[in-house]
Design a protein around this ligand. Structure first.
Ligand code: NOJ
Ligand code: NOJ
Length: 531
């Protein structure tokens, strides 16, 4: 959270320094580079997680300009969703000239996804905040500076969702990598990406201010961070424009995070709520009390609305209101994670990862997914209802990574199960207690079979406390073990892995897969060392 002490900010603008980085992933590796084992398959999960974490950050950076090897030619600040050029074509055409020549990329117009970009740059800001003196720190600041400028330009680019004048253009989900509008048919508008962008930029503002406190001059909330926030209306700063859009449009339907269904969605609402809550704090700090009051009022209304995603007859949350689908959806886990602050805000939102409703939804969703894919059959035969399995987007999914046939497990969804469990464990540790309630009882019974028969508080002095917290971590590790099993030997993560063969499918080197993995690993690292 922003404190007045940390907000003793700005004088020099380090936000716009430019440097060049040299991350090392190659998009066409499978076609050109020799196959190599980076880690032995029989190593412990801990050592694999550590190795894969380094690879994941490297691959993530490879997909971001400036500096990213797969993002050459893209406007600085661009996060490409994936370097995949065919089946599906997410971005580049890639040509191997000869075995000894470096891979050459020919830019084809494709995507800079607002949601994927905001989520993955947030992972980078978290890395920066946790170690501002790391060798990556200056590269991350360069990226964030460019991302801020690019976000401003994109906000002002008229596109098929609309224009900047009435802010309607801010709902556009994706742009070409040269920053021009993508004009093909698409599920638009999507009202989550810009809320995530505001969240990432507020996180960046806070992290940057923590390391550069002299840059803040209280009287000049109009000062060096003015590109990020100024009180002026019509909005002329990136965060303010996004907050204005969210506060005025959260009641309108839009397409979901999977870009398929028009309606009101849990994921979208959760990230919008967090943006408005944190926006209230930022508006106050920047001398914009009327906006702060409005954002707070809208956040309160949105908060009541979000309570309506609990379906009492189903006994779990639903992703989309008035939908014929079951409602079970990885978007619920992602909404709980991205709608809840981790490193700088105590803001819990309506349904944080450890809430009764999210935990029982996780159990119901995992139970569905374990029975759905042949690769999960060994786990499905086990007596452990929480044995690690591959988890996809939602039960009715038919997107196979390129066209439509049957859905598959996704890396980012499987990792999100781990992260929810790690965060639940960390929360119980922080509070030195957790509560078994009538609503979450099935979840805790699955965590420790035979231990809980009804509602009760479990303080850290209770014999069940430590075994339960340890089990949360072990179950989370079980799901990360599934990520491990389906990653390539080089540590590549695509979008999906085949539900029958287990091999990777869909967009290669999906930036978001790496971001979700890195986030889960951070959550795991926040747990106390296991004795
Ligand atoms: C169809 C998928 O269902 C959707 O989620 C995806 O965003 C687009 N294709 C593009 O890959
Ligand atoms: C398809 C996913 O469904 C969507 O959520 C994502 O934004 C795009 N791919 C880009 O990765």
């Amino acid at each position: 959270m922003f404190s007045v002490i940390t907000l003793v900010f700005l004088r020099y603008l380090l936000l716009f320094t430019i440097a060049v980085s040299t991350p090392s992933a190659a998009a066409c590796e499978s076609e050109g580079a020799p196959w190599r084992e980076l880690y032995p398959r029989d190593s412990s999960l801990d050592s694999w997680v550590n190795t894969e974490n380094v690879i994941a950050v490297d691959r993530l950076l490879a997909n971001i300009a400036p500096g990213g090897q797969n993002a050459g030619g893209a406007t600085p600040g661009t996060v490409i969703a994936s370097p995949s050029r065919a089946h599906p074509n997410y971005y580049y055409q890639c040509k191997i000239l000869s075995p000894n020549e470096p891979v050459k990329y020919i830019a084809a117009k494709n995507i800079l996804g607002i949601r994927d970009a905001a989520i993955t740059t947030s992972s980078l800001v978290s890395i920066y905040a946790s170690d501002p003196s790391s060798p990556l720190a200056s590269q991350i600041l360069d990226i964030m500076s460019a991302y801020t400028s690019l976000s401003y330009n994109i906000q002002h680019t008229t596109n098929p969702s609309g224009s900047f004048g009435d802010l309607s253009g801010l709902g556009e989900p994706k742009f070409n990598v040269d920053g021009t509008p993508f004009t093909g048919p698409w599920g638009r508008p999507q009202r989550d990406g810009l809320a995530l962008r505001a969240l990432t930029l507020m996180q960046y503002l806070n992290a940057h201010n923590n390391t550069h406190p002299s840059l803040w001059t209280p009287a000049d909330g109009q000062g060096q961070y003015k590109n990020l926030y100024t009180a002026s209306m019509p909005p002329n700063s990136v965060i303010k424009a996004d907050l204005e859009y969210v506060s005025h449009n959260w009641q309108s339907p839009g397409f979901d995070l999977w870009e398929e269904v028009n309606g009101m969605h849990f994921f979208t609402a959760m990230v919008q709520l967090r943006a408005l809550r944190e926006g209230t704090i930022v508006a106050t700090l920047f001398g914009d009390p009327a906006a702060a009051a409005f954002y707070q009022q809208q956040a309160d209304a949105l908060s009541s609305f979000i309570a309506g995603f609990w379906d009492n007859s189903k006994g779990h949350l639903i992703e989309t209101m008035n939908s014929p689908r079951s409602g079970l959806d990885c978007g619920i886990l992602l909404g709980a994670l991205h709608g809840t602050g981790t490193d700088y805000t105590p803001n819990e939102g309506v349904y944080p990862p450890w809430s009764d409703e999210v935990l029982v939804t996780l159990l119901a969703f995992v139970t569905d997914q374990r029975a759905r894919f042949p690769i999960n059959s060994a786990a499905a035969r086990s007596s452990d209802p929480l044995a690690g399995v591959g988890v996809g987007r939602y039960p009715e999914d038919v997107y196979d990574g390129d066209g439509t046939s049957t859905g598959n497990p996704w890396f980012l969804c499987t990792a999100s199960v781990s992260e929810v469990l790690y965060r639940t464990a960390a929360h119980a540790e922080q509070r030195a207690a957790f509560a078994v309630t009538q609503r979450n009882l099935p979840f805790w019974q699955a965590v420790l079979p035979g231990t809980f028969s009804g509602a009760r508080t479990v303080p850290s002095s209770d014999a069940a406390f430590h075994p339960a917290v340890q089990r949360l971590k072990d179950v989370g590790d079980g799901f990360l073990g599934v990520v491990r099993a389906h990653a390539t030997a080089q540590g590549d993560l695509s979008e999906e892995f085949d539900g029958v063969t287990g091999f990777e499918r869909g967009a290669a080197n999906l930036t978001w897969s790496y971001g979700a993995f890195v986030d889960a690993v951070r959550g795991r690292g926040e747990l106390p060392a296991v004795s």
